[in-house]
Ligand binder design. Sequence first.
Ligand SMILES: Cc1cc2nc3c(=O)[nH]c(=O)nc-3n(C[C@H](O)[C@H](O)[C@H](O)COP(=O)(O)OP(=O)(O)OC[C@H]3O[C@@H](n4cnc5c(N)ncnc54)[C@H](O)[C@@H]3O)c2cc1C
Length: 585
Amino acid sequence: MALKDKLPVSYLLFTTRGRINRLTYWTASLFIWTTFYVLFNLLELLFSYTATWIIYPLLFWALFATATKRLHDSNKSGFWLWLILIPVLGPLVLLFLLGFKRGSVYSNSFGVVPNSAPDYFKNADAEKIPHLKTDERIVNDVTQLNPIVVARVETPHTIKELQSIIKSADKPICIGGGRFSMGGQTASPHSIHIDMRRLNKVLEFSAEKKQIKIQAGIRWCDIQHYVDQHNLSVKIMQTYANFTVGGSLSVNCHGRYIGLGAVILSVKSLDVILPNGEMIHTSPTEQSEIFFACVGCYNAIAVIANVELELTENVAIKRSHKKMQRSRYKAFFFEHVRDNKDIVFHNGDIYPPFYKNVRAVSWTKTNKKPTVKTRLMPLAAAYPIERYFIGAFSKSRFGKWRREFIIDPILFSRKKIHWRNYEAGYDVFELEPESRKESTYVLQEYFVPVYKFDSFASLMTEIFIRHNVNVINVSIRHANADSGSLLAWAREEVFAFVVWYKQGTAEPDKDKVAVWTRELISATISLNGSYYLPYQTHATAEQFHKAYPIAKQLFDLKKQLDPGYKFRNVIWDTYYKSQRHEFGI
Ligand SMILES: Cc1cc2nc3c(=O)[nH]c(=O)nc-3n(C[C@H](O)[C@H](O)[C@H](O)COP(=O)(O)OP(=O)(O)OC[C@H]3O[C@@H](n4cnc5c(N)ncnc54)[C@H](O)[C@@H]3O)c2cc1C
């Protein structure tokens, strides 16, 4: 643990490392001078005036350390303290710099913005197993619901190293990106887990062509930092920016964008590594069979090494919102949102526990000045308010009522103008509960053809109410049809229902979730829809094949390219391994 966390006051008063803001500086100064005053008088009273000399070194060092850290906040070194020697003007300038000048809103050479996190939340490395002398490790995901023991973890730093690990592997292989999928998609028992997160370089970039080529272990937030300087944005990604590009492409992620859909629609080409270690270049027009078996296909036949993506302009966007009955939403969307080229992001939030009302939220291009100071999302070291409210919403019906009728009306009354990159830069950490031991937050997602919106919403409501599911939010998104992934979740234009709920971690709780999840999947399938695969694998094999009707083509290709079943994870252990005989593969 760092000194900063272990002894925060000692760190503040006696080290010159890092940055402090104005408030901390004034508070520390008050504390230093008050302590000095008390100690001075005590020493004089109990001993003598001479005894007070002992506290001067401490006083000067504390003043020097806090002042240095305050100067760092404006990206100035401690040498600026020499200003004190210039009569009159020097002390005045120093007083302004220390007590009144606002710190820079960006990280600088002295550290991150005070009280902010140094980086986006990351899942820890695979866990060591106490007292075990083997290389085995536990790979888990963000929910902590799916611990899986793997034989060892490999962390390649170059693509050559990655190829060599894959080629010479003596065991099956599973791949981990950010490990934010929630159902064991990144692990399989006794396999070699390849952690892709060190393969995170930008390889090529063209601002004119609005294109970037990156290694697949890079995260969206890293790309945002790179392209924001050129006023460009990632074209399609999720709402949160913690995820790796490889993990996002493998699930074929989507966000709140209007007029777009799954990320596959923004991928120009890929370099992928087959189970024999060979690397091939593929795109929607070159070796396209491989391309469509990689994007959205959970490392079934290849590991994605490099990715070429389309970018788009970073624009200022203004938030607007409207609350309405759920039965009005589809018409509202078609009249005001679907074909509006100025809307960048849109989603509708359905309010539990009655699921009758929706708040439709749009972010529309604007020429007005952003209401936020930074172009990119500033990170917080803690999110106490967000966590408090999420906890309250999940605790009771009254909590949910408060959200709909008190909290959201206040939150949405504020005018908000953000940069596109800012609005696409949320940190998953804001959703992290204090503990995931007894209960945990989990996601699920269902996709239905747009004209089936009302039918699905009614079926979903009935299932949630009957099973008393603790839903915190259902976010409605829109996506155009996929361009051809073999596991496309949008076979036509769809609405997505993103369900965020709380569940217990005990076995009976998991079983209950499995029951209502299967009911929801059946409801989706009955409407010719699909469900999302990065979440828990509760679907039966029959449901999987109904929701993904051309999965068999992927299985055939896997058999051909991966005859030894080298690439695996819980999805393939559940739906491919057990069915190889049934499908004659
Ligand atoms: C809070 C939260 C919000 C979310 N919001 C959204 C959302 O708005 N939209 C959405 O679409 N999804 C959303 N998701 C789901 C998220 O997109 C997926 O879980 C995604 O896979 C996360 O990326 P990752 O890097 O963590 O991938 P991982 O979980 O590490 O991996 C996912 C899959 O990809 C495979 N994989 C990883 N890297 C590679 C590679 N280089 N080559 C081949 N296969 C690879 C893994 O083996 C695994 O099967 C959300 C998840 C969370 C936790």
